[in-house]
Design a protein around this ligand. Structure first.
Ligand code: AKG
Ligand code: FE2
Length: 223
């Protein structure tokens, strides 16, 4: 039997998409994926429930989001979820910071930079078959430490662009269950999007029966 722990017959190699932007396919084992899905389910229940974020101009995001450590709403971080139920978001657990450091070391192939990485917020996004995310920068953090992104469940197209604007040049990367994507350094403020989710492609061993889960770890630089 060939193939790696993800069960893929032809494991996809680690790929540097742009300087500081690295895709590591199948980084999370199915067991770790299932553990993350279980804890995300508990976070989605409260104290601040998972919800569709309202945008200042009246729109509503199609993804559903729950935050850990700090609550994000467009376009700032607070401890309390004033746009949901006013409750304080759940504390950011130590093990999640350790997972972030491990992810950074894997993506950047070294521990040096990863040792000081101290993410203090996680945004957990759930995409049903119809959900999308438009081109945007993650720029509400004061820290410019890398963003660590973990994907579980349905496969998607992740569009990774440039730091100038929403247009080309960009690279479309397929993110599958267990994939890690890190963007830092010169790519930290690159525009990115999820233009398509392939509904029904989640495999049961991921712990997701349907939909796509994405967890991004970030350093807010706030205290
Ligand atoms: O779902 C993804 O892969 C990206 C999510 C994202 O860009 C964000 O939460 O800011
Ligand atoms: Fe983002």
């Amino acid at each position: 039997m060939t193939g790696d722990v993800t069960g893929e017959l032809f494991p996809r190699p680690r790929a540097v998409v742009a300087p500081g932007a690295v895709h590591v396919p199948g980084w999370l084992s199915p067991e770790r994926q299932r553990e993350l899905v279980a804890v995300c389910r508990s976070w989605a229940a409260g104290p601040v429930p998972m919800r569709q974020t309202r945008l200042p101009r009246g729109g509503v995001m199609s993804v559903q989001t729950v935050c850990v450590g700090w609550h994000w709403r467009p376009y700032r971080y607070t401890r309390e979820a004033g746009d949901v139920n006013g409750e304080r978001v759940v504390d950011f657990p130590d093990w999640l910071g350790a997972l972030g450091r491990e992810a950074l070391a894997a993506a950047y192939e070294g521990v040096e930079e990863s040792e000081s990485y101290a993410p203090d917020t996680a945004l957990v996004n759930f995409y049903d078959g119809a959900a999308r995310m438009g081109m945007h920068q993650d720029k509400d953090e004061k820290s410019r430490a890398p963003v660590v992104s973990l994907s579980i469940g349905d496969r998607c197209v992740f569009r990774f662009g440039n730091t100038e604007d929403r247009g080309r040049p960009y690279t479309d990367v397929e993110l599958g269950s267990g994939d890690l994507f890190v963007f830092g350094g010169p790519s930290r403020l690159a525009y990115h999007a999820v233009p398509k989710v392939y509904a029904g492609t989640a495999t049961p061993d991921s712990g997701m029966s349907r939909g796509r889960l994405n967890i991004t770890l970030r350093e807010t630089g706030l205290r």
